[in-house]
Design a protein around this ligand. Sequence first.
Ligand code: AHR
Length: 323
Amino acid sequence: MKIIKTLALAAGIGALLSSASYAEGLSGKVIGFSQIGSESGWRAAETSVTKAEAEKLGIDLKFADAQQKQENQIKAIRGFIAQGVDAILVAPVVATGWEEVLTEAKEANIPVVLLDRGIDAPEDLYLTSVASDQVKEGRVAGEWLVAEVGDRQCNVVELQGTVGSSPAINRKQGFEEGIAGAANLAIIRSQTGDFTRSKGKEVMEGFLKAEGGGANICAVYAHNDDMAVGAIQAIKDAGLKPGSDILVVSIDAVPDIFAAMVAGEANATVELTPNMAGPAFAALDAYLNAGTVPEKFIITESKLYTPADDPQGEYDRRKGLGY
Ligand code: AHR
């Protein structure tokens, strides 16, 4: 299932544009933001970037943390509708089960913008979706691993994201596509670590135990950096060297994975920008103030980083941005 569709970058509202110059008309608007929770460093960064962008633009942002529960998100969205907000941002924890509440928002004439995750629902229930191409992220990770191992036999263990979430579904699919042509690579174990560091560690410990203490594992592919950082700890606890005995490839590009690269313990990450709010606010400004309907899918970049890309510099740069 491919939830996030790969479409051309929206003209004029690319992720690289600064929201400040494009969303000034949102000053004084009330916008509800239903956030998933704080399961990862990336999620925390997205929350702080969104709050900072809103403050810069004079938006009255109503923030609701759903603590990983869809029912809490649905409640929060209903609350925003009752308050009569001007728009709603939602990062949907899972892909299904949104039709009813989004229909209510539509009937109340409140535009909804999806952030960072996709849903299985009719497209007319949301104004636009600002997200990465998550299939591509997985494919980039898989292709990197194929090139890295060359002809060597490589058994891969996979740490999946939250069950039923679009990044877990799409990053799995993309990685499988990325390694499809290489007969020497195989995913031998795959389990959810729910995008958290603690579960990533716990699941990796199980993989290591089940696979001869790790002797049978060549690489771990984690659907986010936090699970990779947890896996790195598990690998070290098992007496092996992450980054060399077991290769580590993941997605997000948060500061902690660059710190792991500096230490020689991580090998590659695919960047997911935490600034989904910039393009979202720009789209809402154009829609609310000029009636301009944005592209349905605003796709952010997916850049690969390895230890050759100045990990210390990348760490410092992100810390400087407040991640
Ligand atoms: O939806 C984006 C994913 O959610 C990030 O990759 C992960 O870190 C977060 O939990």
